[in-house]
Design a protein around this ligand. Structure first.
Ligand code: C2E
Ligand code: MG
Ligand code: MG
Ligand code: MG
Length: 281
């Protein structure tokens, strides 16, 4: 049977592979032009203080609006941007756009909020990374205390020596540091202690089932307890229901982020949302 179909099968694979390779090349070329064609936008997802119900900051999330491909989610182009090195200019654009926006909220709207930017390991690896951040802060005039860097737990643990070194330098600038997707990256507590971290962001996979799974509820409580001992703030990501929020409040989680509080918003909508009291806790 296999022999019979052999030829056709090979042809079939060749064609699919060719299509895939061509698609990837197209995507890569499109990505190369996306910056100069101003096809990227940032949305900002509120981070809400559990005690006050107010927005204390936002996380900048990149979106690619391609005229033909439509909306391309970051999960589909960040890996390609990393593979091609394009994450370096794209990441710099994200940082400077987010810092400028945060400064504008302060100056134009009198809103005191921090802004968080997701960082790729590739950016952190750059020789001139710290200088780049310094330069962006200077150019935008943003006080470093309002900038927060998010780095995923798994990338931090996979590059621990470099991370310790770079994050300490970043911290010296006065920038805040969060460990993203915490709980999924097999942290060694010995390493965690060496990183100059301010905040743990509990991965949304644990929040998702927190009301049904005793295990997940226990893990979340353990992370919150550990954060308290290490004097770190703790924020839960992916909060989608009032029930999840109520539990997190009981567990004394400091802050929450998720669709229940707010979807990622355009910059002008953040101003509107900040002026409302977000939720009754
Ligand atoms: P992340 O940093 O963990 O960001 C949280 C992701 O969860 C965002 O997806 C956000 O829209 C989504 N989210 C927020 N609340 C909820 C919720 O209640 N339920 C569910 N199901 N999802 C929620 P997004 O914007 O698609 O980003 C995905 C990932 O792409 C981010 O994960 C981050 O790792 C990466 N990313 C986004 N923007 C950037 C960027 O500017 N630079 C880099 N290097 N990575 C970025
Ligand atoms: Mg993040
Ligand atoms: Mg996350
Ligand atoms: Mg995540």
């Amino acid at each position: 049977r296999a022999k019979e179909k052999g030829k056709n099968t090979y042809q079939f694979f060749d064609e699919t592979m060719e299509v895939e390779i061509r698609q990837k090349l197209n995507m890569e070329n499109a990505l190369r032009k996306a910056l100069e064609n101003e096809q990227f936008v940032l949305q900002y997802q509120p981070k809400v203080d559990v005690l006050t119900g107010r927005i204390t900051g936002t996380e900048a999330l990149i979106r690619w609006q391609h005229p033909a491909l439509g909306f391309v989610p970051p999960s589909e182009f960040i890996p390609l941007a990393e593979e091609t090195g394009l994450i370096i200019p794209i990441g710099k654009w994200v940082l400077s756009t987010a810092c400028a926006q945060c400064k504008a909220w302060q100056v134009d709207e009198k809103l005191e909020m921090s802004v968080a930017v997701n960082l790729s390991m590739l950016q952190l690896r750059q020789e001139n990374f710290i200088e780049m951040v310094e330069q962006v802060l200077m150019e935008t005039g943003l006080d470093p205390q309002y900038l927060e860097i998010e780095i995923t737990e798994s990338s931090a643990m996979n590059n621990i020596e470099l991370c310790i070194q770079r994050l300490i330098a970043l911290k010296k600038l006065g920038v805040g540091i969060s460990i993203d997707d915490f709980g999924t990256g097999y942290s060694s507590l010995a390493y965690l202690k060496q990183l100059p971290i301010d905040t743990l962001k509990i991965d949304r996979s644990f929040i998702n089932d927190i009301t049904n799974s005793e295990d997940d509820a226990a893990i979340v409580q353990a992370i919150i307890a550990m954060a308290r001992i290490l004097k770190l703030k703790v924020i839960a990501e992916g909060v989608e229901t009032q029930e999840q929020l109520t539990l997190l409040e009981q567990y004394k989680c400091n802050a929450v982020q998720g669709y229940y509080l707010s979807r990622p918003l355009a910059a002008w909508d953040v101003v509107k949302r900040h002026r409302e009291r977000m939720v009754t806790l």
